[in-house]
Design a protein around this ligand. Structure first.
Ligand SMILES: *Cc1c(COP(=O)(O)O)cnc(C)c1O
Length: 356
């Protein structure tokens, strides 16, 4: 730390991303990227892109992108805000809607950035324990005096919450924003976008990083009432009015309009997830029911950290978290069928070696 760093940040613990090795020697199942390339229409955007246009700033309103969103989701344009990845929207939203006195409430086991956002802005955080099955219980969210944030499906558990339960949380907190982070919803969850016209406190955040194979492009958006969106726009224009590049705007719009490719990719992931979960269960793993593009699993005798390390030695990267309740698990991103066949045979080799 330099002697100039603000004392306000002296205890800031920044987010720690999953490993991003510079070479390709690993089978990378650790950061929930898609194993499939982006839509062919995104390739076309790059092929036809007018590089000389890069001397000009992009459209701060990202109209081409928000028009595509409006078309695909059947909602007016003023209900969407574009973002450079959903992490950026989370920053904007915490900044805009955290309660000055009571801060933000979210599950004790969830996406690590929520606690980082609180710590960055010195907001109070209420960690609401997941139940013994790692589920969110809506009855634990009767607050109405602080912002509520949860991922649905949750990470790293993969467990989804029904729309009825989401609705309960919205009803228990009519005077505060309820942010639903739907990074993984396309893999089997139910999107709260359906409720957007019914609840003026609902803010849904979505990313192109997982189901649209664009993690490297940084494209995301949020949906809410026009009033919430205009608050978020105020924050966006105060941080970075040109947050989406010309390329991101064009790639995002093209990806959205290729519905067929998108749903094909999601279907393949869902079917490979079922194969992987079944194989793991037959190898004595407990597998949480996943609605995401990853599974969270625990072996009967081999601890999570040991499994993570043994897999890494053999060229397979998964994610291990050291939190007390989840340290026996590993989180495995779903790759192609071939990826997961290789993963399963590597696990078999590790287990048979451990049994010798
Ligand atoms: C991956 C992930 C994000 C971040 O996605 P980006 O759009 O790439 O910033 C947000 N929330 C959850 C729960 C995630 O898993």
């Amino acid at each position: 730390m330099s002697r100039f760093f603000s004392s306000a940040h002296s205890s800031l613990n920044a987010y720690v991303p999953g490993e991003q090795p510079k070479n390709c020697e690993y089978l990378k199942l650790n950061t929930n990227e898609s194993p499939y390339p982006p839509s062919p229409s995104v390739f076309e955007v790059f092929d036809k892109f007018d590089t000389s246009s890069l001397r000009l700033y992009p459209d701060p309103e990202c109209v081409d992108f928000t028009e595509a969103l409006a078309e695909i989701y059947g909602l007016p344009k003023d209900r969407f805000i574009p973002a450079n990845g959903s992490d950026e929207i989370l920053q904007f939203a915490f900044n805009a809607f955290a309660d000055p006195d009571n801060g933000v409430a979210f599950p004790d086991i969830t996406y690590g950035l929520y606690t980082v956002c609180c710590s960055l802005y010195n907001f109070k955080q209420t960690l609401v324990p997941l139940d013994s099955d790692f589920r969110i219980n809506p009855e634990d969210y009767r607050f109405n005096d602080r912002m509520i944030v949860f991922a649905n499906p949750n990470a790293p558990t993969g467990i989804s919450l029904s729309l009825d339960d989401v609705e309960k949380i919205l009803k228990y907190n009519p005077d505060r924003v309820v942010l639903v982070d739907e990074a993984y919803v396309d893999f089997g969850g139910e999107s709260a976008i359906k409720l957007i016209e019914k609840y003026d406190n609902l803010l849904v955040v979505m990313t192109f990083s997982k189901s649209r194979s664009l993690a490297g492009e940084r494209v995301a958006f949020a949906v809410a009432s026009p009033e919430i969106i205009s608050d978020l726009e105020k924050i966006r224009y105060s941080f970075n009015p040109y947050n989406l590049s010309r390329i991101s705007i064009a790639a995002g719009a093209a990806s959205l309009r290729d519905r067929e490719y998108f749903s094909e990719c999601c279907k393949k992931i869902i079917s490979t997830r079922a194969y992987t979960a079944n194989e793991l269960m037959s190898l004595d793993f407990e597998v949480l029911p996943s609605s995401a593009n990853f599974i969270f699993a625990k072996h009967a005798s081999l601890p999570g950290k040991a499994l993570y390390e043994k897999l890494k030695e053999r060229g397979v990267l998964v994610r291990h978290f050291s939190g007390e309740r989840i340290k026996d698990y590993v989180r495995i991103s779903i790759g192609t069928n071939e990826d997961m066949t290789r993963f399963i045979s590597t696990v078999k080799a590790i287990l048979s070696e451990a049994n010798q």
